[in-house]
Design a protein around this ligand. Structure first.
Ligand code: C2E
Ligand code: MG
Ligand code: MG
Length: 398
């Protein structure tokens, strides 16, 4: 039997683990039980699915998640806990932050049907890119990042954004990737916080904006008129020169400012709000789109919505991803859709991972969907091929 059919249950309640094991076995998995997580790491065996209890003596589930993240394991994770849903949500979030693939979470007493449907939903052939995790021995250094910007090692990947009502391609979000000469492909989660902490965000963002504007220009020449959303950090929106610089850059390329959307997280707006407000208002006046990213995860969201002239609200993925199996998450998504429309903003849902989520969002009237169901972020050269293969018409609405 290959690794992709191997499942391990880690739970100190061995009777309960046995029950889970039986169910998994009848779903076609070769199953092992383990009542002490330390044994799992000592054995160093390969599994593709782990059913993990959070509450265990010795090494608990949270510690297991941290260890799995450190060793960048390519594993599907199902979390189980006797705690309330809040604890499971935080553990899921933590696992996602460690780039682990969380299939779902279950509370005790177990709902057998949910467990079976989770097992059946696992695409066992699907492997997840194992990204290099910042290792304790060789942490990523500021000098490396600085060098990478100069050496053009940063590349933008683009993830499609689909207008749900019409199923047309509205635009793409630009997401930075670092092609490190020895460490391999590094995702932003591994280095953006260092860039921010070390004050390099200005440099990185201006190189990203240049790349995005050049790309937009290339696409425009071939008749592809789509919006590009660029993520900006706190440091970028305290530079009073940004609106003019961006505006000049767009004019030089003969582009429409409406084709550029700047995504800002609530967290980024927590600092110098007065300066940020000045800059964001001027960006808006110049015609750029402004999106509030990861909505619902920061502080004072409603105050910001009231004060900043956002054109788009982007619901955080943690709610969207879970909305088809978590009524609370669904209620939050629905409320965000209503709120954005009341405030005349477009609503974007990120983390659209399956058809039932896409259908639910469309029924709620959410405007735009972005997620692995439609496409993962890809290099610019792949986008054209993706559009052709999927027959996506281009939206002309912006
Ligand atoms: P974000 O702006 O919220 O971007 C969305 C993230 O969710 C991307 O991760 C994307 O690959 C991922 N994603 C999209 N759809 C799905 C889905 O269906 N399922 C799952 N599990 N994930 C999905 P990525 O590219 O790793 O970026 C992570 C974060 O890093 C971004 O979150 C953004 O905050 C930051 N970032 C990325 N590029 C830049 C950049 O150029 N500048 C700045 N300042 N931050 C950036
Ligand atoms: Mg974003
Ligand atoms: Mg986001």
């Amino acid at each position: 039997m290959n690794k992709s059919k191997r499942l391990i249950v880690i739970d100190d309640d061995i009777q309960f683990a046995g029950l889970l094991g039986e169910i998994a076995r009848s779903a076609g998995f070769e199953t092992e039980l383990c009542d002490d997580a330390r044994d799992y790491f000592l054995a160093n065996e390969a599994y593709s699915v782990m059913v993990l209890d959070l509450n265990m003596p010795g090494m608990d589930g949270v510690e297991v998640i941290r260890q799995l993240g450190k060793t960048a394991q390519d594993i599907h994770l199902i979390l189980i806990s006797g705690y309330d849903k809040g604890v499971l949500h935080s553990a899921e979030k933590l696992a996602q932050e460690h780039n682990l693939n969380v299939v779902g979470s279950l509370t005790k007493p177990l709902e057998m049907a949910s467990f079976i449907s989770m097992l059946n939903s696992i695409d066992i052939e699907k492997s997840f890119p194992v990204y290099l995790v910042e290792s304790e021995n060789s942490p990523i250094t500021v000098a490396e990042i600085r060098q990478a910007i100069v050496n053009n090692e940063m590349e933008l990947y683009y993830q499609p954004q689909i207008e749900l009502r019409t199923n047309t391609l509205k635009g793409v979000e630009a997401l930075v990737r670092w092609h490190h000469p020895t460490r391999g492909l590094i995702t932003p989660g591994m280095f953006i916080s260092i860039v921010e902490k070390e004050g390099l965000m200005g440099e990185l963002t201006s190189s990203i904006i240049n790349m995005a504007v050049n790309q937009s220009n290339e696409w425009k020449k071939t008749g592809l008129n789509i919006t590009i959303s660029v993520n900006v950090s706190a440091e970028n929106i305290t530079s009073l020169l940004l609106p003019e610089q961006l505006s000049d850059l767009i004019k030089d390329h003969g582009l429409n400012p409406q084709s550029i959307v700047l995504e800002i997280t609530e967290r980024a707006l927590m600092g110098e709000l007065k300066t940020s407000l000045d800059i964001l208002t001027r960006l808006r006046m110049k015609g750029f789109g402004l999106s509030i990213d990861d909505f619902g995860t920061g502080n004072s969201s409603l105050v910001l919505l009231h004060r900043v002239p956002f054109t788009e609200l982007k619901i955080d993925m943690s709610f969207v991803k879970n909305m088809d199996r978590d009524l609370d998450a669904r209620a939050i998504v629905e409320t965000c859709v209503m709120l954005s429309h009341k405030l005349n903003m477009d609503c974007v849902a990120e983390g659209v991972e399956n058809e039932s989520i896409r259908r639910g969002l469309t029924l709620m009237g959410c405007d735009i969907g972005q997620g692995y169901l439609m496409a993962k972020p890809m290099a610019a050269s792949q986008l054209i091929e993706w559009i052709e293969n999927n027959n996506y018409p281009i939206s002309k609405d912006w």
